[in-house]
Every structure is written in structure tokens, then in C-alpha cells.
Design a protein around this ligand. Sequence first.
Ligand SMILES: C[S@@+](CC[C@H](N)C(=O)[O-])C[C@H]1O[C@@H](n2cnc3c(N)ncnc32)[C@H](O)[C@@H]1O
Length: 265
Amino acid sequence: MKAHFQVITLFPLMIETLFGEGVVGQARKKGLIDLSLINPREFTEDVHKTVDDRPFGGGDGMIGMAEPLWQAWQKARAQDSETELIYLSPQGETLTDTLVKELALRPRLTLLCGRYGGVDQRLIEKTGAREISIGDYVLSGGEIGAAVLIDTISRQIPGVLGHADSAVRESFAGGLLEAPQFTRPREWQGLSVPEMLMSGNHAKIEEWRRWVSILVTLAKRPDLSKLEELSRKERQKLRQFFEGLSGQDKVLLGLEDLASEELDG
Ligand SMILES: C[S@@+](CC[C@H](N)C(=O)[O-])C[C@H]1O[C@@H](n2cnc3c(N)ncnc32)[C@H](O)[C@@H]1O
């Protein structure tokens, strides 16, 4: 499967710069991802290439005019008849790992970036654009949001990440955060890497990581994972595992504030 992202933006260089390198840059070179940039200024007829105007009814900020954005959308559709339009907007549904995975099933997307005061609402109405927000705050423009979508969706495209299972283990996969990672040296500033990771026993390491993952999720993001979802037996095992961790490992893994009693659910 190949992804095709088209970005409607007044600042194409912002997107091009970000995705000339790194994981997405490599995937573009491998032909796994196509990225097209469409500047609404292409579709203006006046000498100043005007793409925005003052809001009717008064107020601050300039509003993106519907017509150049509409023309830009027509170009996107001409380039890919199956593309779907997303308007990056603080008012949209909030991006989550689940939504990223949903979008990655059909990664033929046109991302419309607003600027200044936003865009004329009639454009959203006429195009039926899906509104997506990257969080409850206001950005100066949609480019950073578009970049977040391109980056997160691309990671789900087969072949984009080096190892087939890289995205499977990462945080949020299976509703859990990833277990903390360590690399050389084995000792650093008086802290040593948890013994288990040195054991060379891959099955045991996998099991250790799974328990740590559950504990870390309970400690950092209790909203993501509920103890009640574990069977009574699993909860007992989890408690035993937690009690078996050394004091240093508990600190290192950020679990020092968890109490065994909390693990009884
Ligand atoms: C300054 S904002 C406009 C905000 C608009 N006046 C409002 O209050 O809803 C300019 C552009 O940034 C983008 N933007 C701002 N916050 C965003 C967010 N949280 N997620 C995605 N895009 C956002 C949108 O494309 C928006 O049109």
C-alpha cells in the first residue's frame, strides 16, 4: 500500500523541509509515500495574489477566501480522484492513535491548512471536509497539524519503519505505553540497566516488558488501561512481579509511587 498526501498550504516550504529527511523522507525516496503541495495562491487572478480577506461582521484576523481554496481542492481531486479532504482545525475531532490507525487504512488524504483567522465556513460546507484537531490549543496555522498527521499515518504504512514490528510495540499499541528502553553503557552515572534486559533470554525479556508496560501505563496514564481488564490471576501475577522488582528498578521505571495494594484492583 502506498500513501498519497496532498497538502493545501500557503507555506509549502514548511512541509517540504520537514519531510525531505527522516523516516518520511526515506519512505518518499523508496516510493512508499507521495507528497504533493498545492499553494492556493496559484488560483488567484489579482496582482497581489490575494487569498484572504477581512471577516464579515468585523473582528480580528484575515479569513481564507473560499474560491482559491476550492480551486486548490479541485486540483487535489484531479491528481487523485479518491483523495479525501481533511481540514486541520482546533474545532475538529481530536487526533488519537485510534484515529491515526483508521486514517492509515485509506491513506489518500488532502490536508487543508488554515492560517490567520481560519477559512470561510462555506468552503468547509461545500467540500464536506472532515475536521481534525491535534489538541485543545490554537496553532498559528494548520501546517504543524498536517505534519503530525503525515508523520503518524506514515509510520503505519507497511515498509516505512525499518522493522516490521516497530509500530506494534510502541506506546498505545494494545492500549499500553511502551516499557522504558536502555542502551549502552550498562552503567551510567551510578544507574544500571535492569538485570533482566541483560539476561539474553528473549522470551523472559518479552514477558518482563509486558508487565512493565502494564505498570508504566497504570502509573503514568491510568486513563488508558484499567486494572479491571486483567483477570484476577493476572492481577496477582502483576502484584508479584511488582513486588519482585528491586528498589532501583522501580525508581528507574518510574514506578516508585505505585503501591502493591493499588494493584489488587
Ligand atoms: C489561528 S488558527 C484559527 C483559529 C480560529 N479562529 C478559531 O478560533 O477556531 C489558524 C489555523 O490554524 C490551524 N489550527 C489551529 N489550531 C489547530 C489545532 N489545534 N489543530 C489543528 N489545526 C489547528 C487551523 O487550520 C486554523 O485554520
